[in-house]
Write a new protein. Structure first.
Length: 243
């Protein structure tokens, strides 16, 4: 195990670099959780992680071609405005990536408002993936501030989302939640990398898990390989990749 503080940003970016095969999608999820398995505290995750997690959280965005989020996480956590620092933008430009990180939302029911600050402050037009059963009126309203894409009949299908993003040239797909989106991608066997920080804290009963809640139908145990393990003041920062 390596102490994160001993590594430069470039060291970490090298360790977490996606595979070089540009013909395949690489889907990565990043989460933080407490030592007793809580993905939230009082409904949000922002208070769980410490300095090590916050550093990793920002660095992992540098490799991403697109950030995929659940609409509920955007509402709860706040994702308004530019998501990259000046340092992030410089690094991305030097490595052949756009200085703007596109964002795609997954919202089967389209419980979103065009007036939301997320849309008003977005540096580039967001993509919103929804289901065919969503309201046509809601799709039409959102089309004024986002590109609305139908990716499934009764619910948004992760395989269709990935296929569409790859067709746009977005191979390195990065997600910071939420648990429902992660659970759907798990069931579809489309999680190539899981980065998870285990914070030296406990949240108590009743908090969400990173894999979400609800039906266990379609669940399967999937082998993953430990790819990285760092430590920072008691935080364990692990990356598991698909075996």
């Amino acid at each position: 195990m390596t102490h994160q503080a001993e590594l430069t940003d470039e060291d970490i970016l090298g360790l977490y670099s996606p595979p070089s095969d540009e013909s395949q999608a690489f889907v990565r999820f990043n989460f933080v959780m407490t030592a007793d398995g809580g993905a939230t505290h009082r409904g949000v995750s922002g208070e769980i992680g410490g300095e090590g997690d916050k550093r990793m959280f920002q660095l992992l965005r540098r490799h991403a071609h697109v950030l995929v989020m659940g609409a509920g996480t955007v509402r709860a956590e706040g994702y308004e405005g530019d998501l990259l620092s000046a340092e992030d933008k410089t690094w991305r430009e030097q490595n052949g990536l756009s200085q703007v990180l596109p964002v795609a939302l997954i919202s089967g029911g389209l419980h979103l408002e065009p007036s939301d600050q997320f849309f008003a402050q977005a540096p580039t037009t967001p993509i919103v993936y929804t289901a065919e059963t969503s309201s046509p009126e809601a799709r039409e309203k959102l089309s004024a501030v986002a590109e609305v894409v139908i990716a499934g009949r009764d619910s948004v299908e992760p395989a269709l989302v990935v296929k569409d993003l790859v067709a746009r040239g977005y191979r390195n797909i990065h997600s910071e939640g939420g648990p429902t989106v992660f659970g759907d991608f798990q069931r579809a066997n489309l999680v190539d990398s899981l980065c998870v920080t285990i914070a030296p804290k406990t949240a108590g009963p009743g908090e969400k898990r990173i894999g979400g809640e609800g039906s266990t139908e379609g669940n399967a145990l999937r082998e993953m390989t430990l790819h990285n393990l760092l430590e920072h003041h008691g935080e364990l920062l692990a990356e598991y990749r698909k075996a």
